[in-house]
Design a protein around this ligand. Structure first.
Ligand code: SF4
Length: 387
């Protein structure tokens, strides 16, 4: 079964944001030629004879927009050497506002980009500076206009919530209002968590910051749900809101656990090999990834065959993440009814629910309160299913 989805990791960033633990390469000057040559080699090594036909292509990072207008177009061309993009394919790039200009936006559109995920994060300039972001709020708003003027309507705005107090007097409610005022068809949320090896993690270790308390995390999350759904966006996945035709098709593939290809440093992919599902991942250090490919070798760093337990855990977790919910088995009904009574979800009768035995037909759909307990609910159901 060939993947119909491809992720391309572009690791370059101008500098590291304080909270970031992604596989990135901080470069003042982006080595576009070296990167594209390595990407071309990796794609040929892995997919030259596969005849891939893609429904979605996603350039993520890092900051793919740092490749510039020409670099993005050439990266897409490199992918097209081993894969065709199906009619109506979704082609997303992640972009930071400071990289968007009217000219760049038009050239991305001409290269086939039809969806942009814009790293806005906040409209509070003090908070943006504290996060070590390059842009300010005015630049973010201008970028939205420039992308729209170029005809790229399918825009997603990324926002961060639950910032530590040290980020300054940022009002989350005001950020939500300014986001909604731009009428984005899609919004993605990221609740800030402090990872040990990030600049914030180091500050936390020496008492330089305190993490946002749990109740503020919950308040911010629920406020986002209120504001976004009132603006007509569906809360269709724990961290994502979108108008009906604007849900992320690429991320939807991850949530359905269908195969996807992943290239670039640190990229993961999921392959089906007979009746096995195999996850594999690349070396995440840019220089090693590029060096391995220069030597004509595959930059794989590891792989694992998903066990039956892994697959159950993944099916449960992914099902509970989405508003479509998870098909519930007869022996799980009692437990799940308790969750419904607690306000953590609803049970819906669905004929032929995916993955359900024919007699079941019940689907559990988490409410926002349930999503705040996602890990615990998923662990409970996984334990029940794995017995
Ligand atoms: S721009 Fe994104 S990937 Fe780059 S450092 Fe900031 S958060 Fe990390």
């Amino acid at each position: 079964m060939q993947p119909r989805h491809m992720y391309v990791h572009v690791p370059f960033c101008a500098r590291r944001c304080t909270y970031c633990d992604f596989a990135i390469a901080v470069r003042r000057v982006v080595p576009v030629e070296e990167y594209l040559t390595a990407l071309d080699t990796e794609l040929r090594l892995r997919w030259a004879d596969a005849g891939l036909a893609l429904d979605t292509l996603y350039l993520g990072g890092g900051t793919p927009s740092r490749l510039g207008a020409d670099g993005v177009a050439r990266a897409i061309d490199v992918v097209r050497r081993v894969a065709t993009l199906a009619a109506g394919a979704e082609l997303t790039i992640e972009a930071n506002p400071e990289d968007v200009t009217a000219d760049v936006a038009r050239r991305w559109r001409d290269a086939g980009v039809n969806r942009v995920s814009l790293g806005v994060q906040s409209f509070d300039d003090g908070a943006l500076t504290w996060m070590h972001r390059v842009h300010d709020a005015a630049r973010a708003e201008r970028a939205v206009g420039e992308l729209r003027d170029a005809g790229i309507e399918n825009l997603s705005i990324d926002l961060i919530f639950a910032l530590p107090e040290e980020a300054g007097p940022r009002s989350w409610e005001r950020d939500l209002e300014r986001a909604v005022a731009l009428e984005p068809p899609h919004v993605s949320l990221y609740g800030l968590t402090v990872e040990a090896h990030t600049p914030l993690g180091k500050a936390l270790a020496v008492g330089g910051i305190t993490e946002a308390p749990e109740d503020r995390y919950e308040r911010d999350f629920l406020a986002a749900h209120e504001v976004m759904t009132a603006a007509g966006l569906e809360h269709y996945e724990v961290s994502n809101f979108g108008r009906p035709a604007m849900h992320s098709r690429h991320n939807g593939a991850y949530w359905r656990s269908v195969p996807y290809a992943g290239v670039g440093p640190g990229a993961h992919e999921l392959r089906v090999d007979g009746d096995r599902m195999v996850r594999r991942w690349n070396d995440d250090a840019y220089a090693r990834w590029a060096g391995t490919l220069r030597a004509g070798r595959d930059p794989i760093a590891g792989d694992e065959t998903l066990t039956a337990e892994n697959r159950i855990a993944e099916q449960v977790y992914l099902g509970l993440r989405t508003a479509g919910g998870l098909a519930i088995r007869a022996e799980e009904r009692e437990k799940v009814r308790g969750w419904v009574d607690a306000g953590w979800g609803v049970l819906a009768e669905v004929a032929g629910a995916p993955g359900a035995p024919p007699e079941a037909g019940l689907v559990f759909r988490p409410t926002p309160l349930g999503w705040l307990r996602l890990d615990a609910l998923a662990a409970d159901l996984t334990a029940l299913r794995s017995r």
